[in-house]
Design a protein around this ligand. Structure first.
Ligand code: ISE
Length: 339
């Protein structure tokens, strides 16, 4: 069955998703777009065969033409749009973070619980990256024995001018927060943010950061967050286990050896590094939602937990020290299905 999608927010990531959703292999098309910048919405709609530009997210969500919604607007608007989708009974794919405070993500969880069905999926795309999936498969298979330590690095070549100090956690490290929970199958119980010598390229930002996570089974994870490395976009993850290690391979498709040196291209940014993950993520979402099933990917509860951990990390960044993460039990709606 075809799925008619409306996209709220057609900036960079919104346009990336529009390109994949319109005429995508799962039979989806984009029928409506909205953006705070009306001219941009009109421009994007004008390039699509079946899309209209609507005046705002509320109109788009209410439109009878829209079966399902993708929210790729600015983070502080996510809560309003996701709650409106739940109230309208429409499936919604919301880019990370699900909202910008744990109170807001909790309101989304409560609304979904009150509605009695899962409608929300959050854009934690690492779960769809073939390399990350292979990493998890290796850990789950037991080939490296019980995992003990995880070492990650999340490096951006640069960040846009609107990027603020807290975004190193809330917008960037939030990917590793979800990744660690998913990869290790454990909740994060404590977090501490350390601030090394500042990069002279970072301006007002506290860059880089070293974030230490403790997981419920005692695994420790360290994450370097650097957002001005200049040389490209790099994502690393290595799991050290009792009998071996497994790590993400170098994503360069080829290595060139010449003049006594080896070179492999480094992706320029997340669009290049994670292109396949976005293809798979949206394809799986469209297939599931078009079949009338609840979204199978990370849901509102995962978005909420990531926000609770992110808030704890921000507290550590602002006030120093190790901050405990306290999580209530998930509501029954999010209990894993019995095998
Ligand atoms: C951006 O929003 C992303 O999702 C990228 O994957 C991440 O690396 C970047 O730091 C974020 O700002």
């Amino acid at each position: 069955m075809a799925l008619d999608v409306g996209v709220v927010g057609v900036g960079m990531i919104g346009q990336e998703h529009v390109r994949r959703l319109d005429g995508g292999p799962g039979g989806s098309r984009v029928v409506a777009v909205a953006d705070a910048d009306a001219a941009r919405a009109a421009d994007v709609a004008g390039r699509l065969p079946a899309a209209k530009a609507l005046p705002g997210g509320a109109e788009l969500i209410a439109s009878d033409a829209v079966d399902a919604v993708v929210v790729t607007s600015w983070g502080p608007t996510h809560e309003e749009y996701v709650l409106a989708c739940i109230a309208a009974g429409k499936p919604v794919f919301c880019e990370k973070p699900l909202a910008t405070s744990q109170e807001a993500t909790r309101r989304i969880v409560d609304a979904e619980v009150a509605a009695g069905r899962r409608l929300v999926q959050v854009g934690f795309n690492r779960r769809y990256d073939p390399a990350h999936r292979a990493l998890k498969q290796a850990v789950d298979s037991g080939v490296i024995g019980a995992p003990l330590l995880v070492h990650c690095a999340h490096r951006n070549a640069s960040v846009p001018p609107h990027y603020t100090r807290d975004m190193s956690i809330a917008d960037t490290a939030v990917h590793e927060i979800d990744e660690l929970r998913w990869l290790c199958g454990q909740e994060i119980t404590a977090v501490q943010v350390l601030t090394p010598r500042k990069s002279s390229r970072g301006g007002e930002l506290q860059d880089p950061l070293l974030v230490l996570f403790e997981l419920a089974d005692g695994v420790l994870a360290d994450v370097e967050v650097s957002v001005n490395v200049h040389y490209g976009y790099e994502i690393r993850c290595e799991v050290s286990g009792e009998t071996g290690t497994v790590q993400l391979a170098d994503p360069a498709p080829v290595h060139i050896r010449r003049e006594g040196a080896v070179a492999g291209l480094v992706p320029a940014d997340w669009r290049e590094r994670f292109a396949l993950s976005y293809d798979i993520e949206l394809r799986e979402w469209v297939d599931t939602v078009a079949a009338g099933r609840p979204p199978a990917g990370p849901g509102a509860w995962d978005g909420h937990v990531a926000q609770v951990v992110s808030d704890a990390a921000l507290r550590s960044l602002h006030e120093g020290g190790r901050v405990l993460v306290e999580l209530p039990s998930p509501p029954g709606l999010y209990a894993p299905a019995a095998a």
